[in-house]
Design a protein around this ligand. Structure first.
Ligand SMILES: [Zn+2]
Length: 59
């Protein structure tokens, strides 16, 4: 299974795609980081892959 994650550009915290997909828009969980992360920040091919295999990511 392909691992899809997004790395916060401000602090480097790695967020799993399923967390982003659950929330769509979320504040970065990084300590003292105010960056807002969106599912749409993921590259389009990663989003498409995630949505296609979404069941496999529900762990
Ligand atoms: Zn951050």
């Amino acid at each position: 299974m392909r691992i899809i994650t997004h790395t916060c550009s401000a602090c480097g915290t790695v967020i799993a795609a399923n967390e982003l997909e659950d929330n769509r828009v979320m504040k970065c969980p990084g300590l003292d980081c105010e960056e807002v992360l969106r599912f749409t920040d993921l590259p389009e091919d990663a989003r498409n892959h995630f949505l296609e295999y979404k069941e496999q990511y529900q762990i």
